[in-house]
Design a protein around this ligand. Structure first.
Ligand code: PNS
Length: 163
């Protein structure tokens, strides 16, 4: 049984995340999209809203035979991965600028849980500049983000801005 976690803030889910999910899912039997419940940050969406959006969008993409789960977690990613008996942590790398941060996290996570490997996928080139932060910023200032985030996420963002 090959179980992976794909941890992140997902505030909100982007098509870049979905690209990493669809490309990494065939490598595993089960994947948990692990949504960080980060009390320090002021997110646009609550952790429950983020999990619900991901659950709604996942059936619209092809994840093959991989069983997909969505869970929130607090604390260390390495602890969550161990508790769920995952053998891998999946992360995407978009550009060189991501590399240093991801390397530090991967090395620290390996020190904490040596039996769990971090598996990196290079982002699809069409999403290599897409981040949740950039999507929120552009959307809030009236820019077009169609094609870069799922339609459902875009409509939830619209609801947030014009309740
Ligand atoms: O989507 P993000 O914000 O790039 O995801 C970052 C995340 C959630 C993977 C990272 O912040 C994380 O693992 N946070 C949990 C706390 C933790 O384990 N910190 C030490 C990492 S070595």
């Amino acid at each position: 049984m090959r179980r992976a976690i794909f941890p992140g803030s997902f505030d909100p889910l982007t098509n870049g995340h979905l690209d990493i999910i669809t490309r990494s899912a065939p490598l595993f039997d089960e994947m948990i999209v692990a949504v960080l419940n980060n009390a320090d940050k002021r997110p646009m969406f609550s952790v429950d809203e983020r999990c619900a959006m991901i659950r709604d969008v996942l059936p619209t993409v092809d994840t093959g035979d991989c069983r997909m789960l969505v869970e929130s977690f607090s604390g260390l990613t390495a602890d969550f991965a161990r508790e769920r008996q995952a053998t891998a942590i999946v992360r995407g790398i978009r550009a060189v600028s991501d590399y240093e941060y991801e390397l530090r996290m991967a090395l620290m996570n390996r020190r904490l849980e040596p039996q769990i490997e971090t598996v990196f996928l290079m982002a699809g080139e069409e999403y290599s500049y897409v981040s949740s932060t950039l999507m929120k910023q552009v959307f809030e200032l009236g820019g077009r983000v169609a094609g870069l985030i799922p339609e459902l996420v875009e409509s939830k963002m619209r609801d947030k801005l014009n309740p």
